[in-house]
Write a protein that binds this ligand. Structure first.
Ligand code: MG
Length: 483
């Protein structure tokens, strides 16, 4: 029997044996988190999450890129923690963002697509109101909350960030290549930057304030808004979620940055992103709140390789955005908070899923107790460089488990290249097995030599799957047949 059918069958058995299953206590993976105050000296630290779009594992100088220079981001990596086994919960935008904000795999929150993988301008769905975001969690603790940038979790009023715990919103609500006026094709995507090719809206709270958004100045304006938000809330505890529109193709950079990088246009855009991070950090320092603000820098998924040199780089990892190979979901993960985050390079497993419980621990907030949370508290690593709590990662594509990593080993059950590529879905009769610490490029299959390791990983996958049933897909809600 093929493995994915095994998961489906075991799920079916679970469903018929118990109509209204209760969540076993041990599945709430919050490692004893409670409303008790975290053991940090900082009362209610501020939190900033800088979330890049389609930035690959190899796109920072601190992660090995030879010609991109990112001194401001690299400083966070060297004075804070640089994680080298850090994963997103999806290889594409919308589910990755939902997972970061809720600490739950996309399949639990209506974001495991059946036909579609992300939201489009015609979509009628979004992140369900019943989900609890980091913003909602922190509002309970009196935090001021803002989002600047790309939301991509539903653009109809009932799904906007202002309905999911954010006091304010400023940004382009979905991907910057959507609403293509002149056709969606590589000629337009990789051609001369022209904001009129993309009729994407710029929103402030629940209103459209500009259309098409002038993407040439979008990173500059997002950054000015971020600095203003920090200044306005310097005396409050605040949560700023800062998901950039860049470096998703089509690329745009402000004129000051054009022609400034050895890496070409993509490098120019990276120079502006790095400048933006520098502006955020220098604002914290000027206001003397840098030691009471956790800054996280990461990316929603790997590089969009079909965009050629307008897309990023996975470095030494295999494949990119859209896939469950390492290049699709392993991303830079940087944590910075002088005096609280102990500097170092961390090889423990971590995930964007872990941000919600980690932030809860640092702020004294309550992790939702009425649902399964897939994230783990990373504070033992961040504060004391103790062993991390995460030992596995599940790699979903749409509603199916394609691969599972447990400790050093990753087994693939289904493989598939990036969309629009030629290698279609392959449901494997026998899994592939890679030691992704020895072999991050996933070249050398050890399956034949290690059947017991594969069995162990299959058991983990089945046990996870029994508690993660397929849900309806919010991403497949359309007013009528699409197109
Ligand atoms: Mg993306």
């Amino acid at each position: 029997m093929r493995l994915y059918r095994l998961f489906t069958a075991s799920l079916f058995l679970a469903a018929i044996s118990c109509a209204q299953p209760k969540i076993p206590k041990e599945l709430i993976q919050n490692d004893g988190l409670s409303s008790a105050k975290a053991p940090t000296a900082i009362e209610k630290p501020n939190v900033i999450i800088i979330f890049m779009d389609d930035l690959g594992y190899g796109d920072l100088s601190s992660y090995g890129h030879p010609t991109i220079k990112t001194p401001n981001i690299d400083r966070l990596a060297s004075e804070g923690q640089k994680w080298t086994n850090f994963y997103t919960a999806s290889s594409v935008c919308s589910p990755s963002r939902g997972a970061l904000l809720t600490g739950r795999y996309p399949i639990r929150i209506g974001l495991g697509g059946i036909k579609e993988r992300v939201f489009f301008p015609k979509s009628m769905g979004g992140l369900p109101a019943s989900e609890i975001t980091i913003a909602e969690m922190l509002k309970e603790e009196g935090y001021k909350t803002g989002i600047i940038g790309k939301w991509h979790l539903g653009h109809l009023p009932e799904y906007l960030p202002t309905r999911q715990g954010f006091d304010t919103y400023y940004g382009i609500p979905y991907s910057n290549d959507m609403d293509a006026v002149k056709g969606w094709n590589l000629t337009n995507l990789l051609g001369v930057p022209d904001i009129n090719k993309w009729n994407v809206p710029l929103m402030e709270n629940e209103s459209i304030i500009e259309r098409p958004a002038d993407q040439t100045s979008i990173t500059k304006r997002y950054t000015e808004k971020a600095v203003e938000f920090i200044e306005n809330h310097q005396a409050d505890p605040f949560f700023l979620y800062f998901p950039h529109t860049m470096v998703h193709t089509p690329l745009f950079a402000y004129e000051d940055f054009l022609g400034t990088s050895e890496r070409g246009f993509f490098g120019d855009v990276m120079n502006e992103v790095d400048w933006s991070v520098g502006q955020v950090i220098s604002t914290l320092e000027r206001l003397e709140i840098d030691r009471k603000t956790l800054v996280v820098f990461t990316s929603d998924n790997g590089p969009w390789l079909m965009m050629r040199d307008h897309g990023g780089s996975p470095g030494l990892l295999r494949e990119g955005k859209g896939t469950t190979w390492e290049g699709g979901m392993r991303v830079p993960g940087i944590f910075y908070m002088p005096g609280t985050v102990t500097p170092g390079t961390i090889t423990d497993l971590g995930s964007t899923l872990d941000l919600l419980p980690t932030i809860a621990k640092l702020t004294g907030a309550q992790v939702p107790q009425d649902r399964i949370i897939d994230g783990y508290d990373l504070t033992p690593v961040l504060q004391e460089k103790r062993k991390g709590n995460r030992n596995h990662m599940i790699f979903y594509r749409k509603q199916d488990i394609y691969a599972v990593r447990k400790e050093d080993y990753k087994a693939h059950f289904i493989t598939e290249s990036s969309y629009k590529a030629d290698n279609g879905r392959q449901e494997l009769e026998a899994p592939l097995l890679y030691n992704v610490n020895h072999d991050p490029s996933e070249r050398y299959d050890h399956a034949a030599q290690m059947p017991e390791k594969i069995e162990e990983i299959i058991q983990l996958a089945i046990s996870h799957r029994n508690d993660a049933p397929n849900m309806y897909s919010e991403m497949d809600k359309y007013p009528e047949e699409k197109n």
